[in-house]
Design a protein around this ligand. Structure first.
Ligand code: 7PM
Length: 256
């Protein structure tokens, strides 16, 4: 899964190229590099980020999804927790809802249940504004697993079939370095729930804590994380660096 962030300045080139065109071009490049899914986000789910208004988020992501759905050869995922964005994205061709709040926002369960979209349910402790202040668990693996199983029950109860559901332990979302490492080490326990696992470790601070380096220097540590995750049962890795990740995962696929 290739990450496509649609933000006012993420592809800025002084205005010759609109944000929409730049994001679409970036997405097509990721497909060319081997991405099997594109994850389109308007930044509302970034930890610590200033909240993006509904109208702003819609105006960022909907034109990109609309344009991509006409030309893209792979499924399109919308990274949002807002039910209005989910509905609008699905209406213009999004195939998957990627929700860091696991459809706990009012109306989000219905938005997905009333569609045929797939859904990724992610674990987070707390809220993006405060979750990294003091994450605490008695048993992080058991608690993340328990939460995800309860959210699976909730979506199934609304009539979403299990074939539509992906699960994600939510690396970096209310977790210390030790919590993140425990979750990678025991990823097989989360995979045992029986639904496909998606993991997002690309460029995250846990990699910097382990191997050093700021965001731009976390490619190699991120590749190690993707390889370990795949070996422990992850089916989808959400990454910025698609070409390098695809090469690494081809080696995993050859031996697994
Ligand atoms: C700052 C910190 C900016 C972290 C952006 C991020 C995940 C996700 C994100 C994940 C799923 C990023 C994150 N992370 N969705 N959205 N799983 N399903 O690296 O781990 O893009 S935001």
């Amino acid at each position: 899964m290739g990450i496509v962030n649609v933000t006012p300045d993420s592809f800025s080139d002084g205005g010759k190229f609109s944000n929409t065109d730049a994001a679409v071009a970036h997405a097509l490049k990721l497909i060319d590099q081997g991405a099997d899914i594109l994850d389109i986000g308007g930044e509302s789910t970034r930890p610590g980020a200033t909240p993006v208004s509904l109208d702003e988020e819609l105006s960022r992501v909907i034109p990109v999804i609309e344009a991509l759905s006409r030309v893209a050869t792979v499924p399109i995922s919308i990274d949002t927790y807002k039910p209005e964005v989910m509905r609008a994205a699905i209406a213009v061709g999004a195939d998957i809802v990627n929700d860091v709040r696991a459809l706990q926002e009012d109306g989000a369960l219905d938005a997905v249940a009333e569609s045929n979209a797939g859904v990724c349910l992610m674990h987070m402790q707390g809220t993006p504004q405060t979750m990294q202040l003091n994450p605490e668990y008695a048993d992080v693996v058991a608690e993340v697993k328990h939460f995800l199983m309860r959210r699976v029950d909730a979506v199934i109860a609304r009539g979403v079939s299990h074939e539509r559901v992906l699960l994600d332990p939510g690396f970096g979302f209310g977790k210390t370095t030790a919590h993140n490492i425990a979750l990678i080490r025991h990823l097989d326990a989360i995979a045992d729930i029986g639904l496909p696992l998606l993991v997002g470790l690309s460029r995250k601070s846990v990699l910097g804590k382990i191997a050093g380096g700021d965001e731009a220097q976390r490619l190699h540590s991120g590749l190690a994380a993707s390889v370990i995750s795949a070996m422990k049962g992850a089916k989808i890795v959400r990454v910025h660096d698609v070409k390098a990740t695809v090469d690494a995962l081809k080696v995993v696929a050859a031996v697994i």
